[in-house]
Structures are given as structure tokens and as C-alpha cells.
Design a protein around this ligand. Structure first.
Ligand SMILES: NC(=O)c1ccc[n+]([C@@H]2O[C@H](COP(=O)([O-])OP(=O)(O)OC[C@H]3O[C@@H](n4cnc5c(N)ncnc54)[C@H](OP(=O)(O)O)[C@@H]3O)[C@@H](O)[C@H]2O)c1
Length: 108
């Protein structure tokens, strides 16, 4: 990673891990684990800054997978396409952030 030109670590988080935007009950374990992952992302980003490794937590959108279910608006292919474009465009200023699949910053 240190030797790579555009080294990135992307942690697959979820919007449900946002404490600030939390407005419905349930999913205790899942939500807490994603909030913890967001914190780990921030810490890793600080640690790896000197090595110019970008670390970001990205929410893939609501996706039609086993987990997302059939009513999710995004196909896995579309989510991955958006994700790759966002990952490719990440800048060092975005390291340590909690981002939507389109690169928009999300509320912690
Ligand atoms: N789908 C959404 O709308 C959505 C929204 C926000 C965030 N996410 C995040 O996106 C990621 C992928 O979710 P998904 O929707 O693709 O979920 P999924 O349909 O439930 O698929 C989960 C995948 O993870 C594998 N897996 C589960 N436990 C594992 C373990 N202990 N070791 C190795 N592999 C394991 C499963 O393998 P098997 O099939 O072999 O069990 C499966 O391939 C997750 O981090 C999820 O939190 C998804």
C-alpha cells in the first residue's frame, strides 16, 4: 500500500451507522457496528496520512442484494460502478470521511 501510487482503503459502511441522522429504532447491533467502523476509518486515516494512503468509509446506497432485498432501487452493478468512480476520484482531503456512494459527505 505504501508503495502504490493511489493507495486507498475503503470500508463498506452504511447510512444506518450515522448517529446524527438516526431517526428510527431497531438494527441495534448492525447500526452500532457501522458507527464503530466509521470511527476505525477515521483513526486509520489519521495513522496512514503520512504514507499518503487514503482511507474512507463509503455507504453503497440501498442495493438489491440478499441483504438489501428486492425493493432496493440500486442494482449491485450500478452501485459498484458509482462506487468505483467515487473511489477513483478520492482526494487526500476526503481521507477519514464518511461518504455516500456518489462521494457526498454524510453526517456522522
Ligand atoms: N445492500 C444494501 O442495501 C447495503 C446498504 C448499506 C451497506 N451495505 C453493506 O455492503 C456490504 C455488502 O452487503 P450486501 O448487501 O452485499 O450483503 P449480503 O447480500 O448479505 O452479502 C453479504 C456477503 O458477505 C459474506 N459474508 C458474510 N459474513 C461473512 C464472513 N464472516 N466472512 C466472509 N464473508 C462473509 C456473505 O457470504 P455468503 O454468501 O457465503 O454467506 C455474502 O457474500 C455490507 O458491509 C453491508 O453492510 C449494504
Amino acid at each position: 500500500m505504501r508503495a502504490a501510487k493511489k493507495a486507498r482503503v475503503v470500508n463498506m459502511t452504511s447510512w444506518v451507522g450515522s448517529i446524527g441522522d438516526k431517526d428510527m429504532p431497531g438494527y441495534y447491533g448492525y447500526s452500532a457496528s457501522k458507527a464503530a467502523l466509521n470511527m476505525l476509518t477515521r483513526l486509520c486515516a489519521l495513522d496512514l496520512k503520512r504514507d499518503r494512503v487514503i482511507v474512507a468509509a463509503i455507504h453503497p446506497g440501498w442495493v438489491r442484494t440478499d441483504m438489501g432485498g428486492p425493493n432496493a432501487p440500486l442494482s449491485p452493478e450500478k452501485s459498484v460502478r458509482k462506487l468505483l468512480a467515487t473511489v477513483d476520484a478520492l482526494t487526500t482531503r476526503q481521507s477519514g470521511l464518511f461518504l455516500n456512494v456518489d462521494g457526498r459527505e454524510l453526517n456522522w
